[in-house]
Design a protein around this ligand. Structure first.
Ligand SMILES: Cc1cc2nc3c(=O)[nH]c(=O)nc-3n(C[C@H](O)[C@H](O)[C@H](O)COP(=O)(O)O)c2cc1C
Length: 388
């Protein structure tokens, strides 16, 4: 298919991109991307809860031209959604971080690079411009921690996201069933999955098997096996309030704590000097008994929303979902799977494709609801929307 506008006619929504990505990715990569945890209850709940939020439209407002720009931590973004951090990204599609960072720079919205992504802060920093946020999993070694933070800063990342919600591993049954091992190994099953997905295989052969490149320098020989052992040993169960305060003191820009679901944790984050919390249940990937993240959003906004920035992710698939999160009080909204699926579906042009979808959906839905700006969405009250 020749150009983006043609492709948008055939793949006009994120669900279309997900369907196409599912066909093009080896099963092991698709399952890793799409799965929740255990029985996928929390994964499904995120969607069900978002779908329950309904708007009462207001009419007779003439020609509404919605303005999608918004400001967070004193920085203006032209679009009000960004890319959440995703690890082992190159398993889904090679160079996915660079592709999405380029779209973020072009359209001016944030791209969050995961510390366990498959491209380094140096490589992504070179293309993301001033749209880079960096996500840290807490390393046990203080030296490694300060070195990684320094690398992120030197590469131009200005906002730090510290992920709190992985104190222990979670059930990754779907990817285990599909044959994912850490590190990814070339088994006969993997070769077969590669053969029946030639576009992925050709792109991957060109780029080499994915590796957690940011971490290579801290492990003795940099091999994927060594890095996986190292991640298990160095990153698990390290985070507590003292640690978080240390990170706060090391980072001189805005710091957001990601994965906050309990209002009392949000209050403590505020007390140790965090600038924001990201309400998220990790896209339903960690605790199958977690509530939908969107249900916790207004509770946390009510608790600390007037004192700190509240960002949100988990379940966002449409422009309407982005509006829903702003209506419930978010200051910024992120998505993970929607962006990665887009690159799985269309490679290099996937980032622009999904951006156009979300942008168009937001413009249409805002006009249909009767709001012209993000501020107007945030100013909505009980009379303007309800939960079914
Ligand atoms: C494949 C995959 C890998 C992820 N890796 C990370 C990660 O490295 N760090 C992190 O903080 N969150 C990670 N997340 C969680 C996302 O940042 C985000 O919370 C989640 O994807 C939001 O839900 P959504 O995919 O429904 O938009 C990952 C999510 C997925 C789907």
């Amino acid at each position: 298919m020749s150009n983006l506008s043609e492709r948008l006619k055939h793949y006009p929504a994120v669900v279309d991109l997900q369907k196409r990505a599912k066909k093009r990715l080896p099963r092991v990569a698709w399952e890793y991307l799409d799965m929740g945890t255990d029985n996928d209850v929390a994964l499904d709940l995120n969607r069900e809860a978002l779908n329950k939020i309904k708007f009462m439209p207001k009419f007779m407002l003439g020609n509404i031209q919605p303005d999608l720009s918004t400001t967070v931590f004193g920085r203006e973004y032209k679009l009000p959604f960004g890319v959440a951090p995703v690890g082992l990204t190159g398993l889904m599609w090679p160079r996915v971080e660079l592709i999405l960072a380029q779209s973020a720079a072009k359209y001016q919205y944030p791209y969050t690079l995961s510390m366990v992504a498959t491209q380094t802060p140096e490589a992504v920093g070179a293309v993301v411009g001033d749209m880079g946020w960096f996500q840290l999993y807490p390393p046990r070694s203080p030296l490694m921690r300060s070195d990684i933070l320094q690398r992120a800063k030197d590469s131009g990342f200005h906002t730090l996201v510290v992920t709190a919600d992985i104190p222990a591993p979670s059930g990754r049954q779907r990817s285990v069933r599909a044959g994912l091992t850490m590190p990814p190994k070339i088994t006969p099953r993997f070769v077969w999955q590669g053969m029946i997905n030639p576009a992925w295989t050709i792109a991957t052969l060109r780029e080499g098997l994915p590796s957690l490149r940011t971490l290579e320098k801290y492990s003795a020989n940099g091999s994927m096996k060594e890095i996986s052992d190292f991640v298990a040993k160095e990153l698990g169960g390290t985070l507590d309030w003292t640690y978080l305060k240390e990170v706060r003191d090391l980072w001189d820009g805005p710091m957001v704590v990601k994965g906050i679901m309990h209002p009392s944790d949000a209050v403590k984050c505020l007390e140790i000097g965090a600038d924001g919390v990201q309400v998220s249940n990790h896209g339903g990937r960690q605790l199958d008994g977690a509530p939908a993240a969107i249900d916790m959003l207004p509770i946390i906004v009510n608790e600390v929303g007037d004192k700190m920035t509240i960002t949100f992710d988990s379940g966002i698939r449409t422009g309407l979902d982005v509006i829903r999160a702003y209506a419930l009080g978010a200051d910024f909204v992120f998505a993970g799977r929607a962006f990665i699926s887009a690159v799985g579906a269309f490679g290099e042009s996937g980032g622009d494709h999904v951006t156009e979808i979300l942008k168009t959906e937001m413009r249409n839905d805002m006009a249909n609801i009767g709001v012209a700006s993000i501020e107007e969405i945030k100013a909505m009250r009980e009379n303007d929307f309800f939960f079914e």
